[in-house]
Design a binder for this molecule. Structure first.
Ligand code: GLU
Length: 465
């Protein structure tokens, strides 16, 4: 079988990270099986669909590297096709016009509710052999309803939830086209899944209730239903359904916050799927390992700390040259001119092991691009004790003779400390303060390498005059 999967988002409202998990799994399944992955934009809800949401989806997928074989296909551009199928179904007697007015439908529903029955259409306009239909009212434009099978049940083997059986008595005759002829949601999905030859529908379990209706229409059209895999919801860290109101972020937000796409992909992959106890894996490994059997059955919970931890792992494992390129836009944003001053790749290399995000690297880098501090004599008196002055003087001399590397600078420090009978902090702190007007810096020998010997000597000399 040639596997074909799709991601079929509705571009309505806010698209958060959890939404894109529904893209990741069908993508991985298609890639694992050398099949096709299709992006279909379900934009028939004109009032709620926005271009902004479409952009977030497409950009987010591109950023994560979820490449598409076909699409984006917009449902709004397929309206003629849906109308054509509605007509075919009417001609074949698989669907029929229903002239029940809104008012009558409401009345029927109220009656059923007061009898404690489930509200459902009563089949009044459903043609049956030997049945006489009511006279067509002059002022009602009909909806078109699907003739749902009577009796029996719909059964499917869900790849996540197992066997599901729904009695046809539960399902009434679904409206497939509105009075103005526009097709309805469940109907479009069926036509598309058939036309696009989708073999596996992997989607959120909020669609489980739609599945029996979709299967019935599909079978009526002579199609073979795909395999369904309904994914449990993603909950936020407080255990609620994820939404913008309770702090969910879009992929774009994560990009802006300095996350790496590889970390997000790794994180999303584990949000409802596992491979033994593997936590850290490449995209290739994920594709290689992905199968529907290992999808989780219970809701996955978003864990921001774990995502941050993963991001840290990816930052740590990225080459400084590449990481520097990725960090530059963040550095420029906070006013760092990476083209002047210390070598940015070296700065990034120094900071990467302790950073969780690219923003943290950029923030840490700032120190090296600020102008030499102009210390007031008061500040100096407070931060550089008189005992440190002769030690700094000697340090300058040692540095002048040192090779420009970490080991040599470290040796210079040791010699000065020994000579002046000082402990490391008693020298390192004043030196840091002299160089940057702060004592919060990475290891002093590495800092000297990055700042450069000449610049360091200049700054140190300033504080001992
Ligand atoms: N458009 C639906 C949604 O965004 C998904 C439909 C489907 O996957 O079948 O929830």
């Amino acid at each position: 079988m040639h596997i074909r999967t799709r991601f079929a988002p509705s571009p309505t409202g806010f698209i958060h990270l959890g939404n894109l998990r529904s893209a990741l799994y069908p993508w991985a399944f298609a890639r694992h099986n050398k099949g096709d992955f299709i992006l279909r934009i379900e934009d028939t809800d004109l009032e709620r669909s926005t271009q902004e949401a479409v952009d977030v989806i497409i950009e987010g997928m591109a950023w994560l590297g979820l490449d598409i074989d076909e699409g984006p296909i917009y449902q709004m551009q397929r309206i003629d096709r849906y109308r054509e199928v509605v007509k075919q179904m009417l001609d074949a007697g698989l669907a029929y016009p229903c002239y029940m007015s809104e008012a009558d439908l409401n009345q029927l529903r109220d009656l059923q509710m007061s009898n404690k029955e489930k509200p459902r259409y009563n089949g009044l306009w459903r043609p049956e052999p030997g049945k006489t239909l009511p006279a067509i009212p002059p002022d009602v434009t009909p909806v078109i309803r699907f003739k749902n099978p009577l009796g029996g049940s719909v059964i499917w083997e869900d790849a996540v939830k197992g066997r599901i059986e729904i009695s046809n008595d539960e399902l009434d005759d679904l409206v497939i086209a509105r009075p103005d002829g526009t097709p309805t949601y469940n109907f479009c999905v069926v036509v598309d899944d058939l036309d696009m030859k989708i073999t596996h529908v992997i989607r959120g379990d909020d669609h489980v209730n739609n599945t029996p209706r979709q299967i019935n229409i599909m079978k009526a059209l002579g199609g073979v239903p795909p395999i369904y895999a309904h994914l449990p919801t993603v909950l936020n860290d407080a255990g609620e359904k994820m939404s913008k109101r309770n702090g969910a972020m879009s992929v774009r937000d994560y990009q802006k916050a300095g996350y790496l796409p590889e970390a997000i992909l790794n994180y999303l992959a584990r949000l409802g799927w596992s491979h033994g106890d593997a936590e850290l894996f490449t995209k290739e490994q994920f594709v290689d390992w992905f199968d529907l059997e290992s999808l989780g059955r219970s809701p996955a919970q978003h864990n921001p700390e774990k995502l941050l931890w993963l991001n840290h792992q990816y930052i740590q494992n990225t080459e400084p040259t590449k990481l520097a390129e990725l960090t530059k836009p963040f550095a420029h944003q906070i006013g760092i001119d990476t083209e002047h001053g210390p070598d940015f790749v070296q700065v990034v290399g120094l900071l990467k092991d302790r950073a969780n995000t690219l923003i943290e690297i950029a923030e840490g880098a700032k120190l090296f691009y600020l102008p030499a501090p102009a210390h007031s004599s008061e500040d100096l008196a407070k931060n550089i004790p008189p005992t440190a002055i002769p030690a700094i003087q000697d340090l300058i001399e040692f540095l002048k003779e040192s090779d420009p590397n970490k080991e040599a600078y470290s040796a210079a420090f040791k010699q000065v400390l020994a000579k002046h009978q000082l402990k490391m902090p008693a020298l390192a702190m004043p030196v840091r303060y002299a160089l940057f007007a702060t004592t919060q810096t990475p290891a002093i020998d590495s800092v000297l390498v990055v700042l450069g010997k000449e610049e360091a000597i200049k700054r140190l000399s300033n504080v001992i005059q």
